[in-house]
Each structure stands twice: as C-alpha cells, then as structure tokens.
Ligand binder design. Structure first.
Ligand code: MTE
Length: 329
C-alpha cells in the first residue's frame, strides 16, 4: 500500500512499488517494542472457556469444511469475482507484500486450535474458542463490494453473521466507545513477516460503526471456510470502508474509550485515515479514488466509478452526520 511512484487508479501495483525501506528506517525501533509487547501478551493468554450460550449443538464446523450459509438480503446484481481471483490476489502482508504471496505462503498459518481474547471495557474479559464463536449465530452469505484503498475492487460472497451479535455477546461497558481488532503475530507461522511494520496488525472502529448491521464477522467466503490467505479463521468485513479496515486472522477484540492504534494509520496518517470510508471525492495523496479497477472474470478488468461509501450510503451515511469527511478521512 505504500507506493513509491505516483500511481494512477488503474495501474497495477507491484511489490516493487512498495517502499518498505523508508518505513523500515522510521519504524524499526517501534517494531522491536511492539514485538516485545506482543510476545508478552501471548505468554499471558487466558485459558479458553466453553460458554454454554455460545454453543449450538446442531452445527459443527471444522477448518476447510463447507459452511452452511443461508442466503441473505445483502446482495447485488454485479458480477461476482471468481473464487480463484479473490483467493490469489490478496493483501496479507504478514505472508509477503506481493499480491500472490499470501496464497503461496499463508498455508503455514495454523487455524486450529484458535482462540480469541475479549479484553478491555467489557463486563467480563474472556477467551473464546473459534468453534464456539462460529456456532453462536446462524451463518449467512452476503454478497458485498470490496474496495481496496489501492483502487481495485471485487464482489465477494462472504459468510458470517453480524458483528453486532458478537459485540452484544461481549457486553461492552457503557464507557467503551471503540473496538480494536488484533491479528495473530507468530514468527514461526509467519516466516515471511516483512520488517518495518508495527506488527501485530491492528485495526479499529467506533463502536456505533461496528454495530451497524452491514458489519460482518466473517468465517468464510464462497460457501467455504476462509482460505488462510483471506484471513482464516475469523476476520471482519466492513463493506463501506477501504479494505485495510478488514482485519484478518483476529486473535483479540479490545474495547476501549480511546481511538485505538491502527496499523496503516500509524504508518502514514496522511494517507490512511482512521475512518477510511470509501470516498470518491477524497483522493489518496498519490492517486485518485474517483474510480476503481473491478476485478472480475475478464482478462482486462474495467475501471468503473467509485461510489460514496462504496454504494452503501443509505445504510451508513447517518453514522457520520455533522462530520467533515474530508478532515475525518
Ligand atoms: N489484515 C492483516 N492482518 N494483514 C494485512 O496485510 N490487509 C488489508 C486487509 N486486512 C491486511 C489485513 C488490506 S490492505 C485489504 S485490501 C484486505 O485485507 C484484503 O482482503 P482480501 O485479501 O481478502 O481481499
């Protein structure tokens, strides 16, 4: 996402466009601090608990299973991006910075056993097992537009349930105003972890954004459990925001009263805002956001106009009433 040369909206971004060196110099010290902190957190992980209210014995899900995803009202008439493109053109920097790296390298990620911590301003901090989280609510399929800040887009059938259901389960305290997501950090499973980034990857949302019905806690796509490169076994999908808000392979949900640290915003706050709502009238400093390259089944993807809030303005624009979206980009 850090692009050295100025790129137009329809240029193809390559690994050589990425500038880890500058970032490396700037963030090397921070990185060491973050890695130390992450290691400490791992050592202090809580014991997984099995919560009766998260159990639904009618459904058992294992890694690589088909998901029993029911159709939903969330759909679009646009052409679905083919599975092989959505699972081979990815951003998951922990497994390399080329678009083709995650599909090749993320197979080293172990998605079972997998636990998720719920921490911070909640009634009861706890650690949950992925199987129980997946069984908590029926899984539905939602066909969403997926718009990357790099000006490419896809249309993907994601499988999951409303993030709001999970947040309600977590019982945030009234004082909690934000939720922060944290991706797994494990150098053994991530031998290609690039230097110069504040690992682990973190993202965050205002709590009212996270509670919007469009926000999806996601376990699968195309009716199958998430491929590793797409963020197995659990990620979030926020269809009105740039793709980097969609934290992958989550191991922690942290509730807080302060706007949380988020990876790309920390790396370059001039280019990657905290809100990062898709907005064709606020350009990235180095390329236009007015159009996007739609990755579909064609060999030569077309560019199409980008829509405010990625076409979901009716459902989400009211979250930002009174806010200057050029300032809070
Ligand atoms: N999550 C983690 N942990 N690491 C990443 O590098 N990349 C983000 C987001 N989530 C990223 C991440 C970006 S930039 C995008 S566009 C989407 O994941 C890509 O999701 P996809 O590969 O499923 O299309």
């Amino acid at each position: 996402m850090l692009v050295r040369k100025s790129a137009s909206f329809d240029s193809t971004l390559r690994s050589s466009d990425i500038t880890p060196k500058d970032a490396a110099e700037k963030y090397q010290q921070d990185r060491r601090r973050f890695l130390t902190r992450a290691a400490a957190l791992g050592a202090g992980a809580l014991t997984a608990t099995h919560l009766p209210s998260l159990l639904n014995p009618s459904q058992t899900v294992h890694a690589a299973d088909k998901l029993q995803a029911a159709p939903s009202k969330y759909t679009t008439t646009e052409n679905q991006t083919p599975f092989n493109k959505a699972t081979s053109y990815n951003n998951f920097y922990e497994f390399g910075t080329d678009k083709s790296d995650p599909a090749k390298h993320a197979q080293t990620l172990h998605t079972r056993p997998w636990t998720v911590q719920v921490t911070g301003m909640v009634k009861k901090p706890q650690t949950l097992d992925i199987e129980n989280i997946m069984k908590y609510r029926p899984i539905e399929s939602r066909l969403y537009r997926h718009r990357c800040v790099e000006a490419w887009s896809m249309v993907i059938p994601w499988d999951g349930y409303s993030l709001s259901d999970f947040i309600n389960f977590c019982e945030p305290l009234p004082s909690a105003k934000y939720v922060q997501f944290t991706t797994l950090l494990d150098r053994k499973q991530m031998p290609d972890l690039p230097g110069g980034y504040d690992w682990p990857y973190t993202e965050g949302l205002r709590l009212d954004e996270a509670m919007n019905p469009l926000a999806l806690l996601t376990f699968g796509c195309y009716g199958e459990t998430l491929p590793n490169q797409n963020g197995a076994p659990i990620r979030v999908v926020m269809p009105w925001k740039y793709g980097f808000k969609n934290c992958k392979s989550i191991v922690k949900f942290h509730f807080t009263d302060k706007q949380p640290k988020t990876t790309w915003n920390q790396i370059n706050s001039q280019e990657y805002g905290f809100y990062s709502n898709v907005n064709p009238s606020v350009n990235h400093p180095r390329w236009t956001q007015a159009r996007e390259r739609r990755i579909d089944s064609s060999a030569f993807p077309k560019t199409i106009p980008t829509l405010p809030f990625n076409g979901y303005a009716d459902q989400v624009a009211n979250l930002y009433n009174g806010m200057d979206l050029k300032k809070f980009y």
